[in-house]
Structures are given as C-alpha cells and as structure tokens.
Design a protein around this ligand. Structure first.
Ligand SMILES: [Zn+2]
Length: 145
C-alpha cells in the first residue's frame, strides 16, 4: 500500500502498489496511478497522475501537468503541480507556473514562471457547510403529574 494525494481534490488515499486507476473516495472522480516517461511530443489539456512523471530529454509536454513527483529533463509548457517533488534537470525547461512542496532547479535549467513552494491546496475549495443546528434542544419540561 502507498499513500497518494488525489489530483482533483487533494484528498489523501491509500492505494495498492499495483493499482493502475481508482475512484477517489473523497470526490468520486477517476484517478490515474500509473507513472509515465515522456520521450516525445505530448499535447493534452491535462496530464494528471498520482504516480510520477519523467519528461525525458526529448520529451516535450504541452499540458497542465500534475503528478506525485515530476522530473523534467526535457520541456514542459503549461502550469505544473506536484504533490511532492519537482526537479528540473540541467537540460530541463519549464514555461509555466509551478506549485510543489519541494523544488529542485539544477544549474542550467530554465524556468519561466512563478513558483510557490508549499503543499498543494485543494483546487476547488468548497467552503465547509454551515452547521444547521436543527437539533432543537428544547428542555423537556418535566411532565410530572
Ligand atoms: Zn479526490
């Protein structure tokens, strides 16, 4: 078993090591757990996994990227989030904003964007529902007769 964070709601989930995809028990959305190595051009709207992503030197990703750990040896164009570590290798190039609790930018790496080094916050923060106290605690006047 391992612990991952949902790429949608950032809820913590325990999953089997071999599981490839599950439904998040918190937000009920489908999660990809696979790890990826990108060696070619990949353009998608969203590239999200609870596993790790490695963008190899010849990899070129145009997408909003989310992963547990991300290693960039090639190029990424788009906003980037990791639940744990982002490392931009010396050959890496990121054009987009970065959010991760840990960030390593190697000498020679390129980064064009803003960085936030902090744990990922839930994307869509649903405000906690106000507690509608419907428990009418009416002190039962003793009906003693
Ligand atoms: Zn979720």
């Amino acid at each position: 078993m391992k612990r991952v964070l949902c790429t949608h709601c950032v809820g913590e989930i325990e999953v089997a090591n071999k599981a490839m995809s599950i439904f998040c028990p918190h937000c009920k959305k489908r999660l990809i757990l696979e790890s990826y190595k990108v060696k070619t051009y990949k353009a998608v709207r969203e590239f999200a996994t609870c596993g790790d992503i490695v963008v190899e030197r010849k990899g070129n990703v145009a997408a909003q990227v989310m992963a547990q750990n991300l290693l960039v040896k090639g190029r990424i164009k788009g906003s980037v989030q990791a639940r744990d570590l982002i490392e931009i290798a010396k050959t890496g190039e990121v054009s987009g904003d970065i959010v991760a609790p840990r960030l390593i930018v190697k000498d020679g790496a390129m980064l064009r964007g803003f960085c936030r080094i902090e744990p990922i916050q839930p994307i869509a923060k649903t405000p906690p529902k106000p507690i509608t106290a419907k428990t009418t605690k009416r002190a039962k006047s003793a009906t003693s007769s």
